[in-house]
Write a protein that binds this ligand. Structure first.
Ligand SMILES: [Zn+2]
Ligand SMILES: [Zn+2]
Length: 152
């Protein structure tokens, strides 16, 4: 598993990739230490129940496949299927559907923390983690305005 940790310094957009075995990274922009705290027991490390960066229990899962690329693959494969449809009596469509299906399952998922946006690449599926929910994200966006160190 790889974890992408974002720098917490105001307006800094640096990030570093850390792993459960080497949980301390460094912001490439400002040099701040970027650290996660994986569970002590190695068995617990396969399951990200809570964010290892900020302790937030809410994470969402998404395919770590860029959506634009996914669309491109779909469009291209559909075009190919249409092109070959006459020669294969429509069988090419079946092939493309199977291919898309296989691709979808081959693409790894990543869990992302609502609060600090830490990304857990290749984290095994946790049934508690659902897809991105705007309402939950809104909750975190609101709480950020209250009592933050920003604005001085
Ligand atoms: Zn930084
Ligand atoms: Zn977090």
């Amino acid at each position: 598993m790889k974890i992408r940790v974002w720098c917490e310094r105001d307006k800094c957009i640096g990030f570093d990739i850390v792993t459960p075995e080497a949980p301390v990274g460094k912001c490439p922009i400002c040099g701040d230490e970027l650290k996660v705290s994986p569970p002590a027991a190695p068995d617990d490390r396969v399951d990200v129940g809570k964010c290892w960066r900020c302790g937030c229990p809410n994470l969402y899962v998404e395919k770590s496949f860029p959506q634009a690329l996914g669309c491109l693959v779909m469009v291209t494969s559909a075009a190919v299927a249409i092109y070959f449809a006459e020669k294969t009596y429509g069988l090419s469509f079946m092939g493309i559907i199977v291919l898309d299906f296989v691709l979808y399952f081959l693409v790894p998922t990543r869990a992302v923390c609502y609060q600090c946006s830490a990304e857990y690449l290749g984290a095994p599926k946790n049934p508690r983690h659902k897809g991105y929910d705007l309402l939950i994200a809104g909750k975190y966006a609101d709480s950020e305005d209250v009592g933050g160190p920003a604005g001085h």
